[in-house]
Design a protein around this ligand. Sequence first.
Ligand code: M5T
Ligand code: MG
Length: 242
Amino acid sequence: AALAGVVEYRNVTFAYPGAESPVLSNISFTARPGQTIAIIGSTGAGKTSLLSLLPRLYDPAEGQVLLDGVPVDRLDRAEITRRVALVPQRPYLFSGTIGHNLRFGKTEATDQELWDALLVAQGESFVREKKNGLDSRISQGGTNVSGGQRQRLCIARALVTKPRVYLFDDSFSALDVATDARLRAALKRTTSDATVIIVAQRISTITEADQILVLDNGRIVDRGTHEELLETSPTYQEIVES
Ligand code: M5T
Ligand code: MG
């Protein structure tokens, strides 16, 4: 189907403009609808850079990034935005109401759609507890919500657009382990046919992923399930033990 949401990176190498050496080298993987692919690796390994190539924040120097078999540089940006939601590592809330912030990607969303998204993102109760609910004001940069609330609002914002592909860049790090687990379970139920790519720091966030890519210095050094990597990957073992 045209809107399946298959993501493929094919021998992708990428350097930031003006940089001498690439931050990503020869990256290849496929993420299919229904799958969760996790990316783990130390700070500076290139995880954020890797995600940024799918919504074309940058284009690779070599290789291809494909969405449903089509190189993303041949797709319309609006088309990519419709299919792919990126929850960035430092998610941004702007001055306005919670409702405005949640409708950022889909202005015509109904209140019910916003509440449904909040329920999955584990943000329903704290919004409901506010006197003005969805009409509660967020200050510039979201300074009047906690880090974990901000993450949940930004996850809900992505859910509202009902994309085929979700990219979560460290989106669960400010949540406690129990909320993280509840959120991912709810996400799995509601997005069971979407493609999910999760960058995470915490091992517990990714143990159930269908495939984990271990990124080190811009390269995928190992890949497999949690159990497989525990057996085969010294780099993964180091991360688990740290
Ligand atoms: C990988 C450099 C960064 C690092 C390497 C986002 C960004 C990164 N870099 C730039 O030069 N410009 C940029 O705009 O690229 O960085 P990353 O992809 O951000 O790594 P990460 O996401 O694995 O790290 P972290 O800390 O989020 O776990 O050399 O300087
Ligand atoms: Mg990052």
